[in-house]
Design a binder for this molecule. Structure first.
Ligand code: 6PG
Length: 254
């Protein structure tokens, strides 16, 4: 695993840098293979990036090969797509509805299904179909965007979760006690098979957990984001100064 931490003066600068990288990776993948597969993170941090990518006043939208980009999600809440909690809804409002995206290229997790396990199984089938996987294969996303919860979770892998030990499934439905709800999430083998992962972390509220994840003892059961160690991939941590405040000077920075 190759890791690079880049610290930006503000969340706006972080979003601009992430947008630039997104375009670079998208153009390279489409040049190379004709498509770009990306798994979008939910939560609030990536919203500014998604808005930037689709904003025609910015320089990114016109550069992106929208029709060759396939959008997936790292995780979804157990809610319908129109629900304010939906990660799909956030990305659709911020980006997908504003760019010329082919509906067939949007592969959302059907959080509306009453049975979260059914939604998870269905998404796993979608991954196997899209990536044309044999039974033991793993999908290799060109890019996976991840966030970091103040409690150390990433995607919908929370402390103590059984998903931390999942080695066979590509997608899992998991009960999150603290949220009293199910979540559907990509599993560590899929996340760790990505070509590139970009963590987007901003705000003073993430300073302690970011220091613990990057500089603390390896304890993924307590800090699930530490499970992210791509076998053959690059991990970028794009963080703003408030979130990076407690990082020691020895932590290498891009
Ligand atoms: C989700 C996300 C989750 C998120 C972190 C950080 O469904 O909530 O996938 O992993 O990335 O909770 O969220 P913020 O960006 O809102 O801090």
């Amino acid at each position: 695993m190759r890791l690079e931490i880049q610290v930006f003066s503000s969340a706006a600068d972080l979003a601009q840098a992430a947008a630039k990288q997104f375009v670079t990776f998208a153009l390279a993948a489409v040049y190379d293979k004709g498509i770009f597969s990306v798994a979008l993170s939910g939560g609030s941090t990536p919203k500014e990036l998604y808005e930037l990518l689709a904003d025609e006043r910015e320089r990114y939208s016109s550069q992106l090969p929208w029709n060759d980009i396939h959008f997936f999600w790292t995780d979804e809440r157990h809610v319908p797509p129109e629900n304010l909690q939906s990660n799909y809804r956030m990305a659709h409002e911020a980006m997908l509805s504003r760019a010329s995206v082919n509906e067939a290229n949007v592969h959302r997790i059907r959080g509306e299904l009453a049975d979260a396990a059914k939604a998870s199984n269905e998404y796993e089938d979608e991954l196997r179909r899209f990536f044309q996987l044999t039974p033991n294969d793993l999908p290799r996303f060109d890019l996976i965007l991840l966030g970091l919860g103040a409690d150390g979770h990433t995607a919908s892998i929370f402390a103590g979760s059984e998903v931390l030990d999942e080695r066979d499934r590509l997608v899992a439905a998991t009960w999150v006690e603290k949220l009293e709800s199910f979540r559907i999430t990509l599993t560590p083998p899929v996340l760790n098979n990505a070509a590139t992962i970009i963590f987007l972390v901003s705000g003073a509220g993430k300073a302690e957990v970011l220091r613990d994840v990057l500089e603390g003892d390896f304890d993924p059961d307590r800090l699930p984001a530490q499970i992210i160690k791509p076998v053959d991939g690059m991990v970028y941590w794009f963080v703003d100064q408030p979130a990076a405040r407690l990082l020691s000077k020895r932590t290498s920075r891009g």
